[in-house]
Ligand binder design. Structure first.
Ligand code: ZN
Length: 551
């Protein structure tokens, strides 16, 4: 099974060749292999690369390594004559310990930084101030036209402060008819909620934390939303965002609603029902804080194989090259090597590039995109999605790799977001050739589909696949993989100990790469346009985008 994709690709190539092309037949396409993949991983995850933080010397080494690999593979530079795309980043860090003041008719409430709330701005400014802004409880803060749900219906929140619940009504009720039931939708994500509040013109947006629907505790909120917050440099310097964005603890929320004379528990139930109407809280919100603003430049690396029939139609393979960098305050060397996350995916990208560049010429083009600043919030991919090197309306789809298999071949392939798009069918067809089956995300309530780079393209309409390693080891079964994954998440995920280990078995990773190769071939050798499935968040965007192509 191991060389399924390449063998069948070779067969196609041979069939397409005439007698006169015998010389070319002799050159077999590059066979992706564990030794080469291990080489990429051990280099990228070496201490010398310092954990590959954007803007660090490790970025320079990583970008050079990728450029050289893409050039040597025979890829064309995707950005004019350059293999890189500059990604200007900004970091904004709240200074000191700003308080939140909430004034009601019956009293006042002061919330303390980190203990009760975290607040920040995405605007490039040193001073942020929200002064006596009217507070409105907008339930889940969702405007989903395709579901006929709008928490902002008939409401003008310009200059106001919106208070929002985490996750979505489907999760809250576990009703499969409501949103996607237990499966988190984009509308359940905090990033959606802040963006929607900004679109509505809110001066401040506050999300109420709750461990279960958020899928993480307050500790995670506290550590993730304090310190430098990275974003893309925007033409409007972030003025399109709200002046202040914040999380508050569930306990603080209860005090807040008490002050307003409202019953949070009752409103929580009401907010999950269709037809919910936002509730003015009769409270005034004030907060003033200073921020440090710094700029840094990073890069995406991009090369492509040009299609013979439809060079402007594109399939994408992507992986983030960056990781967390070095933290000298940590035990040991403090280097976050990021071997699994994501030297494996980056190495896989190089192997796929080599295979495609030496294989039969595709009808459509294929982009190999190594993006930066995933760990800072999917920023390299967001930048690409906003400044694409190929038209998004003509981008057929793609596959994102974030962490490859390190434990050997599996009978299954986990697909995060299985059922979202018709790309599943192509992956399934390719998987059949390896005698494998697709399985759904084990924890759909955690919203992993919205937490890696493919999502930035999905949000802009492009159907994307996010397959992960399977869980059913071909020989050792499921418990073997479960134990290894649990150990990784517990001990090594986002820790300096995410290092290459000699007991890793990369044969499963190669099998997965062959699967991804085979899936891509089905699309680049055809002119088909798989779409999002009915009812998904991004189908409207895609339909509009496709209708505009060529106009
Ligand atoms: Zn990652």
């Amino acid at each position: 099974m191991k060389n399924f994709a390449l063998t069948s690709a070779l067969v196609l190539a041979l069939a397409a060749c005439g007698e006169s092309q015998k010389a070319e037949e002799a050159t077999a396409p590059y066979a992706m292999n564990t030794e080469a993949l291990k080489g990429h991983i051990t280099t990228l995850a070496s201490d010398e690369f310092g954990g590959r933080a954007p803007g660090s010397p490790g970025e320079e080494l990583t970008v050079q390594y990728l450029e050289t690999a893409f050039r040597d593979a025979g890829l064309k530079p995707a950005n004019g004559d350059s293999y890189t795309q500059a990604v200007p980043l900004v970091s904004i860090e709240t200074q000191g310990a700003p308080e939140m003041h909430i004034k009601g008719t019956s009293g006042e409430l002061k919330l303390q930084y980190r203990a009760d709330h975290v607040v920040w701005t995405r605007r490039e400014q040193n001073d942020s101030e929200v002064h006596e802004s009217d507070m409105v409880f907008v339930g889940y803060g969702i405007n989903a036209p395709e579901r006929g749900w709008n928490d902002y219906e008939g409401l003008d929140v310009k200059g106001k402060t919106v208070v929002i619940m985490v996750n979505d009504p489907g999760f809250a009720t576990q009703d499969p008819e409501l949103f996607a039931g237990n499966t988190m939708t984009y509308y359940g994500r905090w990033d959606y909620k802040f963006d929607e509040a900004a679109r509505q013109g809110a001066a401040a947006a506050i999300i109420i934390h709750d461990t279960k629907p958020a899928a993480y505790g307050w500790m995670t909120v506290d550590s993730s939303w304090t310190g430098p917050q990275f974003g893309l440099v925007r033409e409007d310097k972030g003025t399109g965002f709200s002046e202040a964005e914040a999380w508050i603890t569930n306990e603080s929320a209860h005090k807040l609603f008490e002050l307003a004379g409202l019953d949070l528990d009752a409103l929580t139930v009401a907010a999950a029902k269709p037809g919910f109407k936002a509730v003015p809280m009769n409270l005034e919100f004030s907060s003033y804080f200073r921020s440090d603003v710094n700029h840094l430049n990073s890069r995406n690396v991009a090369g492509y194989v040009e299609g013979t029939e439809a060079p402007d139609e594109l399939f994408i393979y992507m992986a983030h090259w960056d990781h967390i960098g070095t933290d000298p305050t940590q035990e040991g060397d403090g280097i976050y090597n990021g071997a699994l996350d994501n030297a494996t995916g980056t190495g896989g990208l190089i192997e796929l590039a080599r295979a495609y560049a030496s294989g039969p010429a595709p009808k459509r083009s294929i982009l190999f995109l190594a993006v930066t600043a995933e760990e800072q919030g999917l920023l390299g991919s967001a930048y690409y999605a906003e400044h694409p090197l190929f038209e998004l309306g003509k981008t057929v789809g793609g596959i994102n790799m974030d962490g490859l298999n390190f434990y050997g071949p599996t009978k299954d392939v986990t697909v995060i977001g299985l059922g979202n798009s018709e790309l599943d069918d192509y992956l399934e067809q390719s998987a059949k050739g390896q005698d494998r089956v697709l399985t759904a995300d084990q924890e759909p309530e955690k919203g992993y589909f919205y937490r890696s780079d493919h999502f930035e393209l999905s949000k802009k309409g492009v159907p994307m696949l996010y397959p992960n390693s399977g869980y059913e080891h071909r020989e050792k079964g499921r418990s073997y993989v479960d134990a290894l994954m649990a150990e990784y998440l517990d001990k090594h995920y986002h820790s300096p100990s995410d290092e290459y280990r000699d007991d890793w078995d990369l044969t499963g990773a190669i099998e997965d790469l062959e699967l991804y190769y085979g899936t891509g071939r089905l699309l680049v050798d055809s002119r088909k346009w798989p779409n999002w499935r009915e009812g998904t968040e991004f189908k409207n965007t895609r339909d509009t985008q496709r209708a505009e192509v060529g106009k």
